[in-house]
Design a protein around this ligand. Structure first.
Ligand code: ZN
Length: 200
């Protein structure tokens, strides 16, 4: 059985479909992201019963904390039952997050800096609202230097994206991302510019 929806998101896994609880938020966000980036391609969701199973599929080591990733234009997700009690957001948020990565990777001319890739996914998925407000006061500002090993990586990246959106608007941010050849020295996305924005 194929999942019937108007999102151009496909899956043939019934267990996964039954784990979805909020179609409205999924609908709204996926259509909005498609519109923002002009992204129309079909995307498949593949469901794995464990991170080990997912790792076997992609054939490269995956950290044990991972609950979803992308593989070309496929979204790979770990069974929601395995992580729903961990307080790390909803299944819908995870799908929107991974979908954002697929769109970014396929639409950008140059490769997206890691902080912007993750920050935008956390922002667009609504996962940014899952952080404690107080945590936003303890972010690092040199976001180009951060990676997954840093415990404030996601929140710092998301805060940087939020500040960019608040300052310039989501449409102009994304329109600029779509044509940029290089981010690090850009007048908006540049290392110094983002640092200054976060320190303001
Ligand atoms: Zn991500």
């Amino acid at each position: 059985m194929l999942w019937r929806n108007n999102l151009n998101i496909l899956t043939d896994n019934l267990i996964f479909i039954n784990q979805l609880q909020n179609f409205d938020v999924l609908n709204e966000s996926i259509l909005y992201i498609r519109f923002l980036f002009g992204f129309r391609s079909k995307v498949w969701i593949k469901w794995f019963d464990s991170v080990e199973e997912l790792q076997r599929y992609v054939g490269v080591p995956i950290p044990s904390w991972v609950i979803g990733t992308i593989y070309g234009k496929d979204i790979l997700i770990v069974n929601y039952e395995r992580w729903k009690h961990k307080n790390i957001g909803t299944l819908e948020e995870l799908i929107i997050h991974e979908f954002s990565h697929i769109v970014l990777h396929s639409k950008l001319r140059s490769s997206c800096p890691l902080w912007l890739d993750e920050g935008l996914a956390v922002y667009l998925s609504g996962q940014i609202n899952n952080f404690a407000l107080d945590a936003f006061n303890h972010v690092k500002t040199d976001v180009y230097n951060l990676n997954y090993d840093d415990e404030v990586f996601y929140i710092s990246s998301a805060k940087a994206v939020k500040k960019l959106v608040d300052s310039f608007g989501v449409n102009s941010i994304i329109d600029r991302m779509l044509i940029l050849e290089s981010f690090e020295n850009d007048a908006i996305f540049g290392r110094q510019q983002v640092k200054a924005l976060l320190e303001r």
